[in-house]
Design a protein around this ligand. Structure first.
Ligand code: 13P
Length: 325
């Protein structure tokens, strides 16, 4: 078993999943302000400290994805975040893309940037304790979207990122997110998700990425958030698994879903329903952001007195997702 395969399997096995706490400074600041907390570096640090020091977190969380800012910050006990995660038996990950920007010639579509200097950044993060990384591509469904060029450009970037990570010893989380925004049907989401993931694997193979040393992080197949026809949990589970069967090679050890704006309980129910489907070649787990930490942030609101209740809110979601597996 290669080192990359071992890390990838650790991330997705034993009923554990990944916590995405890698919101950019901009996104994290907006989320803090929404609950009445001033958006300072210290408050972002405090909030992330609350998350990672939640009791028994390692029982349900295998890895935590950090943002660059957090990666270089310290907990109150003087340990850096990656050092502390290592102490408690959780793998430290790092988001290495620099965000989705408008794609030239493709109105309404985005390309994720961050390849420049990535080899050197990967080396530095690995030296500081990272064992895996994340890069998120976003794909929009619309009247004539996604365009072929947006899908290809993003798949190409994901594959080059994945190659650089593996060269530097990090397991790449490959995240092509088909957004929930819109009024499209479940069938449309299934069709687009299947075709996007196929394109991503074409590119990964072209770049000779070792498929047993990655984790795929896709969206679940759902209807658009503005669609009047919302599918049942079973329909979502079946459509998602069908899309994955038609696009993901069996050598991939695990698939860890993003939550994408689904209500936390719904994301958990959908994940649980997929576990009932027989003969899947990969582990199916979670790599949720909002569906894990949303209730905790709402509870905390920057008040020291709410910290324990906030940690309990995170624990509840983490344990529910582990049980769903
Ligand atoms: P959500 O689960 O909130 O969609 O976030 C997951 C993630 O890592 C997005 O890149």
């Amino acid at each position: 078993m290669s080192v990359l395969n071992k890390i990838a399997r650790t991330l997705v096995s034993n009923r554990r999943g990944i916590l995405a706490a890698d919101e950019s400074i901009g996104t994290m600041s907006t989320r803090l302000e929404k609950v009445g907390v001033e958006a300072t570096a210290e408050n972002r640090r405090l909030y992330r400290e609350l998350i990672v020091t939640t009791p028994q977190l390692a029982e349900s969380i295998s890895g935590i994805i950090l943002a660059d800012e957090t990666f270089h910050q310290k907990l109150s006990n003087g340990r850096t975040f990656p050092e502390y995660l290592h102490d408690i038996g959780i793998l430290a990950g790092i988001k290495v893309d620099t965000g989705a920007k408008a794609l030239a010639g493709a109105p309404g579509e985005k390309i994720t940037e961050g390849l420049d200097g990535l080899r050197e950044r990967v080396e530095e993060y690995a030296r500081l304790g990272a064992t895996f990384a994340k890069w998120r591509a976003v794909i929009t469904i619309g009247d004539s979207l996604p365009s072929k060029r947006a899908v290809h450009a993003n798949a190409h970037a994901l594959a080059r990122y994945a190659g650089l990570c593996q060269e530097g010893g990090l397991v790449p989380i490959v995240e092509p997110e088909v957004l929930m925004d819109g009024s499209h049907s479940l069938a449309k989401c299934q069709e687009v998700t299947t075709s996007v993931i196929r394109t991503v694997f074409d590119q990964l193979e072209l770049m000779q990425v070792q498929l047993d040393g990655i984790v795929l992080k896709p969206n679940m197949v759902v209807a658009g958030s503005e669609s009047a026809e919302q599918p049942s949990v079973e329909d979502v589970a079946n459509a998602t698994v069908e899309a994955l069967r038609a696009s993901v090679p069996p050598s991939v050890p695990g698939i860890a879903f993003l939550s994408g704006g689904q209500r936390p309980e719904v994301a958990t129910e959908n994940l649980a329903a997929m576990q009932n489907i027989d003969s899947l070649p990969w582990e199916l787990t979670y790599s949720f952001g909002r569906a894990l930490v949303g209730p905790a942030l709402e509870t905390w609101r920057g008040e020291t007195g709410n910290a324990t209740a906030a940690q309990e809110a995170l624990s509840e979601r983490a344990v529910a997702n582990a049980s769903a597996r």
